[in-house]
Ligand binder design. Structure first.
Ligand SMILES: [Zn+2]
Length: 260
């Protein structure tokens, strides 16, 4: 059971994280792009309301939804756009709310159910999308290129081919995340969606901000490396060594901040 004070603290952290991701100079999102969420307890979560802007967002820009009701939609068969809209409205904890959750709520609901995942930030950073919208994207992100990338973002992102946003995308991310966990034995720290954008997730809001900032830096390095013959990837041995070094694990806890 989450107390009212703890719930308020979660909302404040979500607002601060969302405002940081929405700062125009970072170039992660423009207008109403992107959405963020946080887990409140077993069944409730906060998610950005449809149409709200991350830039300067306040607590009023978020709605609380029942995760179990949204998960039912993920398991249902084909749903029309009207059925999805109605389902999202019915998932509101405060049914009298005039606002409705973003259609990407389906994605957030699934990801917030993963072990140790309390915050999710989805953005469309220009630097990252320059790579995700390229013909050679798979080649460009095929390996890790510098130690801090591994410390903050893990050994590999989950890459998802372009899928129609909404229910089809949420179902695809769920299926591929499950496969990733089976193969890698851990939860991905980030999801890269072809021709769409980035999802960063983690135990704390600080971790979500760190993963997003690191992916933007990584994307810029990859773009720069393309001018000099393309990125030189670290060997699997180098990647595994950085990932398991005790000093790097200490740094990782430091980056994630409280709650890790
Ligand atoms: Zn998006």
């Amino acid at each position: 059971m989450t107390t009212a004070a703890a719930e308020q603290a979660i909302l404040e952290q979500l607002v601060a994280m969302s405002r940081a991701l929405g700062e125009p100079e970072r170039d992660y999102v423009i207008l109403g792009e992107g959405n963020t969420s946080a887990r409140v307890d077993e069944d409730r979560m906060y998610v950005k309301a449809s149409g709200a802007r991350l830039e300067g967002i306040t607590a009023e820009g978020f709605v609380q939804v029942w995760r179990s009701k949204v998960l039912q939609m993920l398991d249902a068969g084909d749903l029309s756009d009207a059925e999805i809209e109605q389902g999202l409205r019915e998932a509101l904890v405060d049914s009298s709310s005039a606002r409705r959750p973003s259609v990407e709520t389906l994605l957030h609901v699934y990801l917030l159910g993963l072990e140790g995942t309390n915050f999710v930030g989805h953005t469309h950073p220009t630097a990252v999308n320059a790579i995700l919208c390229s013909r050679d994207v798979k080649q460009a992100i095929a390996g890790r290129i510098y130690p801090d990338e591994i410390v903050v973002c893990g050994t590999s992102p989950l890459f998802v081919d372009y899928v129609d946003p909404g229910v089809p995308l949420a179902r695809t991310v769920r299926e591929q995340t499950q496969r990733y966990i089976e193969e890698q034995g851990c939860i991905p720290q980030s999801v890269l969606m072809q021709n769409h954008g980035l999802i960063a997730m983690g135990p704390t809001a600080a971790q979500v901000e760190a993963v997003t900032a690191t992916w933007v830096k990584t994307a810029r390095i990859i773009a720069g490396a393309m001018a000099f013959g393309g990125p030189r990837f670290l060997s699997p041995e180098n990647v595994a060594r950085i990932h398991t070094r005790p000093d790097e694990q200490y740094r990782r806890r430091d980056i994630a901040g409280d709650g890790q």
